[in-house]
Design a protein around this ligand. Structure first.
Ligand code: FES
Length: 159
């Protein structure tokens, strides 16, 4: 990656670590999916099977909008499926899951594998019926970060 990329990363302010009020619990449950912008980052808050999740709003693959993605359990993990090209992303960890055969097996069968964490996941907390989201403070580059930056904004508009 070039110098301009590193400059852009340095200029981006690190997350503050402050929990942001994102709504009343009942409202967010009713809405099921809620879009919020926190510290300049676009986040999707999901309520599914009595649990809240907060994920980067744009798919790590090509910036697709996850807001209307179906949710399914895959290999024991709840995943959102990007409507664009059907990539599967686990809601709890942001792992990219894919199905493949291992050619080294005697009788290869298709199984689910993880590509590791690809989508940034944020922390949701509740207090007295209010819901808060604190942005992930993991300083590693995670692929969905790209679509939160200026360059990524242009790319995701095409997705
Ligand atoms: Fe999400 Fe391609 S699968 S943009």
């Amino acid at each position: 990656r070039g110098a301009s990329f590193h400059r852009a990363m340095e200029e981006k302010m690190p997350p503050t670590g402050v929990p942001h009020f994102v709504g009343k619990k009942e409202e967010l449950i009713e809405a099921k999916r809620s879009f919020r912008t926190l510290e300049g980052r676009d986040i999707l808050i999901i309520h599914h099977q009595s649990v809240f999740y907060a994920v980067d709003s744009y798919c790590y693959h090509a910036g697709g909008q996850l807001q209307n993605g179906d949710i399914e359990e895959i290999a024991g993990k709840l995943c959102i499926i990007c409507p664009n090209h059907k990539y599967k992303i686990s809601l709890a960890e942001g792992e990219g899951l894919y199905k493949a055969r291992d050619p080294t097996e005697e009788k290869p069968v298709r199984r689910w594998y993880s590509k590791g964490v690809k989508q940034r996941i944020h922390t949701v907390t509740e207090s007295n019926g209010d819901v808060y989201v604190m942005l992930s403070q993991c300083s590693n580059w995670i692929e969905s970060d790209f679509f939160q930056g200026e360059k990524g904004k242009v790319e995701r508009a095409k997705a």
